[in-house]
Ligand binder design. Structure first.
Ligand code: NAP
Length: 245
């Protein structure tokens, strides 16, 4: 299957969970993928070994919250690929705790990775995309941005921040044919939810009208639609994949 032949795609958090499914889907459709991960070399290697087209996959270890590291990453990308067509800013973390007890470090780290990381990745991507007057930027946010969730003030704030940033950026880049959107998955079966107890899992499933958690591949399908040529009139939007949450 093709559709993205010759396209250059950057996916952050590409080696596990939702990002892995997104990166695989792009590879299967002919794209060259720059996959960014934070620290887990073992997961990155396992991901490389699992793909059928390792020649089109370029993995980089880069903490998206580190401005200098992101700048160096883009210097490498520009040297190797000249430009990029798609950025999927997906890397994200949780450090849950009720606000009154939340350590400042847990507040800051979540904002730094989820929100500032998205800003830094997008800032550099826009500079490249502007030159070719084409691009697709997709941020992976969360319904917690507007719903809120006890114990997730930092996470919800970071995800709400992504939406505000996306809406502003979409207005700045529309004339250059660069679309900017968010995809907002509900509960998706990944390691991000590994700390949930069986009781919490069954309680949360009851909150979801379709009565199950989603799969990373179901998120990837929507991301690829937004990244494709048929989505050229969609910008400034948040597309939810939540099973009706
Ligand atoms: P995951 O399974 O925990 O995978 C996270 C990925 O992000 C890993 O590849 C990880 O790399 C990378 N990463 C973490 N911190 C990073 C950093 N500082 N710099 C670069 N890469 C970093 O998470 P997931 O469930 O797939 O979540 C992906 C995105 O979807 C997140 O933004 C999350 O908030 C959002 N989301 C998830 C759900 C859900 O239910 N799963 C729901 C709504 C939204 P390492 O392996 O090196 O750590």
């Amino acid at each position: 299957m093709s559709g993205f032949d010759g396209r250059k795609v950057v996916v952050t958090g590409a080696t596990r969970g939702i990002g892995r499914a997104i990166a695989l889907a792009f590879l299967e459709r002919g794209a060259t993928v720059v996959g960014v991960y934070g620290s887990n070399d073992e997961a990155a290697e396992a991901f490389r070994e699992s793909t059928e087209c390792p020649d089109r996959l370029f993995l980089y270890k880069c903490d998206v919250s580190d401005y200098n590291a992101v700048t160096e990453l883009y210097e490498e990308i520009e040297k190797k690929f000249d430009t990029i067509d798609v950025l999927v800013s997906n890397a994200g973390i949780r450090r849950d705790g009720v606000l009154a007890m939340m350590a400042r470090e847990d507040w800051q780290r979540v904002i730094d990775v989820n929100l500032t990381g998205s800003f830094q990745m997008a800032k550099q991507a826009v500079m490249l995309m502007m030159k070719q007057r084409y691009g697709r930027i997709i941020f992976i946010t969360s319904p917690m941005a507007h719903m809120g969730f006890a114990g997730q003030a930092n996470y919800a704030a970071s995800k709400a921040g992504q939406i505000g940033m996306m809406r502003s950026l979409s207005k700045e880049t529309a004339k250059r044919k660069i679309t900017v959107n968010c995809v907002s998955p509900g509960f998706i079966e990944t390691e991000l939810l590994d700390d949930l107890t069986p009781e919490q899992i069954s309680e949360y499933k009851k909150l979801v009208p379709v009565r199950r958690f989603g799969k990373p591949e179901e998120v990837a399908d929507v991301v690829l639609f937004l990244a494709g040529d048929k989505a050229s009139y969609i910008t400034g939007s948040v597309l939810e994949i939540t099973g009706g949450l």
